[in-house]
Design a protein around this ligand. Structure first.
Ligand code: TPP
Ligand code: MG
Length: 364
């Protein structure tokens, strides 16, 4: 497992992984501070969104607490031309690509279906149906190669694709099909599996008999496991393999070993299926604490951490006010995008729901 930042906050690239050292050398103190700021922002956003859901302002929230290092590190390793195909928990990756966080909250309130433009942001829409983003990502990567945007002498002419998915999603046929197609076509893609060790109430041991980073080998996709709570391992390893993919040496599979500290979603009660000691074990391996230890060793003082906390409170107040100002989700939203053309059964169902809703009119 590649680890660059130890739990005690000490820095070092193990000699077996020296290929990643040049990516660490690129990072400056400003980058380390940016990583910390965004990991803290992601966490604060998560707490606020959970509170908003509990107050009935969102239909659902999907927490990602514990996965900040995996997401912020890999997100910043994605280049300016590259395309990202997320699953539904990648709020941190969204932060690294300038997605307006309100658009994620709007989706979870039902007022839109993911309101960002993938053409502009290169961050494609969230995919709730497990694994479906993977064939889309592989298809995109195959297209990139057909368009001759791989392996050119000028680096800025090239691009690659990254696809995120969870440990549970690896059991979906789409992921295996994606691995196979990418290998056969030598597509410019990095598969980034966040192994947070649970798929709702199914433990990862019920999904696989081999470590997930080995899942691609039989298809011809090499892989590596990284410490997913180490933002620097996440950055360096993703940056190297995205570079390789752009240069024509893809695909590659990264398994980031991390842990989902919170519930699967606000509809889930994890105390029903996992022990508190397990959660405590991982809470003690918090990715933010690890980076904070490193930064303090570098001489970063309290005032920086206080400033980050203050910025988090300001952001939370802003998104709170903005969420309260959103209207109710239009009922048509559930029906409008089921088919591209009008459909009699959908029209009938919409009419039924409207009539049902109107039966409450006048109720206090
Ligand atoms: C095809 C499909 N089957 C089942 C579900 C219901 N479901 C939603 S999330 C989830 C667990 C996914 O676990 P994992 O891939 O490990 O990702 P994580 O939620 O842990 O990030 C399941 C079974 C779904 N969304 N899509
Ligand atoms: Mg999982």
């Amino acid at each position: 497992m590649v680890q660059i930042l130890s739990p005690e906050g000490e820095l070092g690239v193990p000699s077996a992984y020296s290929v990643y050292a040049q990516y660490l050398e690129r990072l400056t103190e400003a980058d380390y501070l940016k990583f910390y700021r965004d990991m803290a922002r992601m966490r604060r956003f998560d707490h606020e969104a959970t509170a908003l859901q509990r107050q009935g302002q969102l239909g659902l929230w999907i927490p990602a607490i514990g996965q900040e290092a995996a997401q912020i590190g890999s997100g910043y390793a994605v280049g300016h031309n590259d395309h990202i195909f997320p699953s539904y928990r990648e709020h941190g990756v969204a932060i690294t690509h300038g997605i307006d966080l309100m658009s994620i909250l709007k989706m979870l309130r039902g007022v839109n279906h993911g309101g960002w433009n993938p053409d502009e942001t290169r961050f494609h829409l969230y995919a709730i149906v497990l694994g479906t983003q993977v064939p889309h990502a592989v298809g995109y990567a195959m297209g990139v190669k057909f368009d001759g945007k791989v392996g050119n002498a000028k680096a800025e002419d090239n691009l690659a694709v990254i696809s995120y998915f969870g440990d549970g999603a690896t059991a979906e046929g789409e992921v295996s099909e994606g691995l196979l197609f990418s290998a056969i076509n030598q597509s410019p893609i990095v598969f980034f599996c966040q192994n947070n060790q649970w798929a709702i109430s199914s433990a990862v041991s019920s999904q696989t008999r081999v470590p997930l980073y080995q899942r691609g080998a039989g298809f011809g996709v090499p892989g590596i496991r990284i410490d997913g709570n180490d933002v620097l391992a996440s950055y360096c390893v993703t940056a190297k393999h995205m570079d390789d993919a752009r240069n024509g040496d893809g695909p590659f599979l990264i398994e980031a070993l991390t842990y989902r500290i919170g519930a699967h979603t606000t509809s889930d009660d994890p105390t029903k299926y996992r022990k508190e000691e397990e959660v405590e074990y991982w809470r003690a391996r918090d990715p933010l604490t690890r980076l904070e230890k490193f930064l303090r060793r570098q001489g970063i003082k309290d005032d920086f951490f206080e400033e980050v906390e203050h910025a988090g409170e300001t952001m939370a107040a802003e998104i709170r006010a903005a969420t309260f100002a959103l209207g109710e989700p239009p009922i048509e939203n559930m029906f409008n995008h089921v088919y591209s053309q009008p459909h009699p059964e959908i029209a009938e169902q919409l009419a039924w729901v409207k009539e049902y809703e109107s039966s409450f009119e006048g109720d206090a």
